[in-house]
Design a protein. Structure first.
Length: 273
């Protein structure tokens, strides 16, 4: 399915439209002398997109400095719109179709930043503005050859091996695992019900689990009460939605349970109540 979506995306980005000449009758010497006195009072300013929203924002580093030239993707299924931040870190996407989209800020190669991904849903006539704060990845761990628990950002632990992950098309297999915990107030929006406890960006980005899911646990950094149950959500670039990866329960200074990550991306710990 991932291959089909990617191939569809490639197909959607083909060359210009094929225009055909309208046939003309060179022998037709009729001259239309009718005068059209109709007055068009239609004030419809339809852009051809159907119901739309407007989307803009700014991309900065953790210190608030605007980041210039960062690539952006806004995708609805296999159809993607590409953009780039300007000298002030700003971006604009006009005429966004009313639906769920995947919004991704792509760190330039060698920048050391984590990929910031957020599935977003837009409402008709919405004018939405956000600030995306990019964060540097934490220390990397060499990709284990057998399933091993590794830290992927403060308090987040994933059990993974190189054989457990399938990279996106045209991307080499990952050789390292890393991540970063995103501070409160600097997190991407989560357009779902529930209280966000914490968020992480995980690298390698958008690598899918081949073994049914990657086990995950958390250190109880928040003083949550024993026996309390929380959900783990994962931002899916391909599906343009937050996927529920299962639940974890507080106990013994940890949160453990049946949660299995279907892919590596933006990870959110959520109180669904």
């Amino acid at each position: 399915m991932r291959w089909l979506s990617l191939l569809l995306c490639v197909a959607c980005s083909g060359g210009g439209a094929d225009t055909k000449d309208e046939p003309t009758d060179s022998a037709d010497t009729d001259t239309d002398t009718d005068t059209d006195t109709d007055t068009d009072t239609d004030t419809d300013t339809d852009t051809g997109y159907g119901p739309v929203a407007q989307f803009e924002g700014v991309v900065t580093d953790a210190a608030g400095t605007p980041l210039d030239g960062f690539p952006l993707k806004l995708c609805r299924g296999p159809a993607c719109r590409n953009g780039e931040t300007d000298g002030g870190g700003a971006f604009t996407f006009p005429n966004i179709e009313v639906d769920w989209h995947s919004f991704e800020v792509v760190p330039p190669p060698g920048s050391g930043y984590a990929t910031a991904l957020a599935p977003l849903v837009f409402a008709e006539d919405e004018e939405r503005s956000i600030t995306v704060v990019m964060h540097a990845l934490g220390p990397a761990t060499a990709m284990p050859s057998t399933p091993t628990e590794v830290e992927a950002g403060e308090g987040l632990f994933i059990t993974v091996s190189g054989d457990d992950l399938e990279p996106p098309l045209f991307i080499d297999p990952a050789t390292e695992v890393s991540g970063v915990r995103v501070p409160e107030g600097q997190r991407v929006p989560v357009d779902e019900d529930g209280t966000i406890i914490d968020m992480w960006y995980v690298d390698p980005f958008d690598h899918h689990a081949t073994n049914g899911g990657l086990p995950v646990r958390f250190d109880n950094l928040w003083g949550l009460g024993d026996g309390e149950v929380y959900e783990v959500w994962v931002g899916s670039y391909e599906d343009s939605e937050w996927l529920n990866a299962g639940t974890v329960t507080v106990g013994g200074g940890q949160l453990t349970g049946d949660a299995l990550l279907p892919l590596t991306s933006t990870i959110v710990l959520v109180d669904p109540s």
